[in-house]
Design a protein around this ligand. Sequence first.
Ligand code: BES
Ligand code: MN
Ligand code: ZN
Length: 492
Amino acid sequence: MTEYRGVDKSVLDWAGDALAVGFFEGAVELTGTLAQLDEKLAGTLQELISETEFEGKSGSSAVTRVGGGSPIRKIIAIGLGKEENSKLEDWRQAVAAAARAAKKEKCKTLGISLPVWNNDPEATAQAIVEAAELTLFQDERFKSEPEEKATSVETVELLELAGQEEAIARAEKICSGVNLARKLVAAPANSCTPETMAETALAIATEYGFEIEILEKEKCEELGMGAFLGVAQASDMPPKFIHMTYKPEGKPRRKVAIVGKGLTFDSGGLNLKPAGSGIETMKIDMGGAGATFGAAKAIGQLKPDVEVHFISAVTENMVSGKAMHPGDFLTASNGKTIEINNTDAEGRLTLADALVFADKLEVDAIVDLATLTGACVVALGDDIAGLWSPDDELAAELAKASERSGEKFWRMPLEEKYFEGLKSVHADMKNTGPRAGGSITAALFLKQFVEKTSWLHLDIAAPVWTDKDKGYNSTGATGFPVRTLVNWVLGE
Ligand code: BES
Ligand code: MN
Ligand code: ZN
């Protein structure tokens, strides 16, 4: 556990293991206080900048040891990128570089000196703590022995940001949600199951006083959730339909639902994923549910004046003699019939019943998030999620929340004409369209199950996981897009 403190100290009177100092790109000459600091450090900072040709580029950093009895052991120069049009995300990237360096250099205390972004010390403090906390997070649950026996960063001090306790606490609450999502996504399918997802939901609900209902298979049958249950029927593990509700004290300003795809494993079903298709990575297929639960954990602590429903139809997509056959017809809980032309397009089937359920809750908006299609990965690459909505206002709300979080989305078209690709001869629709526009037909499929509520869909197949260290995300689960969801609920 790292402790964060805003302190009323400048770089001149800070003492500790590592001091990180931010620079804008092309503005690395040492003047004023920094010239004084350099003097105090016997020219070490100037030397570092010159020798490493440090230019202040976004995310760049340079570290060196400070010799001779200095109260600072290491000095870290961190780059903020260009000063004009600078984004809060540049601050996070800079802090990530500092935290990474401090960890590597086995520093226990880290001081961070950055300019205030946009005259907004709250946002600055929050972003610094977010980035440090997310960078320093380490998940060693599945190691027999911890790899990092050595020192970890114990204290991070935010220089000249005294009095920002509230912003710091906020960041910590949000990060606890992001890190929960990361842990859920990182846990493999023999550890994270529909049962354990239900247990996690129950733990969150108990801790934060949420209402919770976990619908067992029989109840789902009663509700006619044929699409969800069709996917679940090959698994030896019973499905769990999870619904948690956060209700604020007093009248809620707004009511919303967050619906996450919760496939604890996706084998593809009888349309089995072949070798080389990434079948061994399909534990991540509950990333939508993981982020939904992460958002719930954060919201439970932040207590906004908004009622939030957290929903996931959790199961595995497996193969067995009980598996749905390619070609089967299923009936969803809104009565629509679906021809299963590919059992690997299972996420949309589980979401269909979850969306019908959410649509009946009389909420003002539904956001669903799902590791839905490989096609979206092809379209937008590793870092960007797809966003679909018939509602421009809701899309603008999400865009604003994402601008603030630094998590990236790109709005995609809900091209109605493409629904033709899902035409079925005998059923109402097929679950899979042609290869071309695969993420769009998936979104159009989901749209059939939302009748009256404003709705937005996020395809997060790519950014829930990263194959290499990137900024404040280390290789593995990222916790995407918990921070955006939280901002959205808070109206930020
Ligand atoms: N869970 C996958 C999508 C996925 C792919 C997530 C890569 C993360 C990384 C989804 O259930 C799936 O299998 N989609 C198919 C749909 C196809 C059968 C129409 C796909 O994308 O290939
Ligand atoms: Mn699939
Ligand atoms: Zn899937």
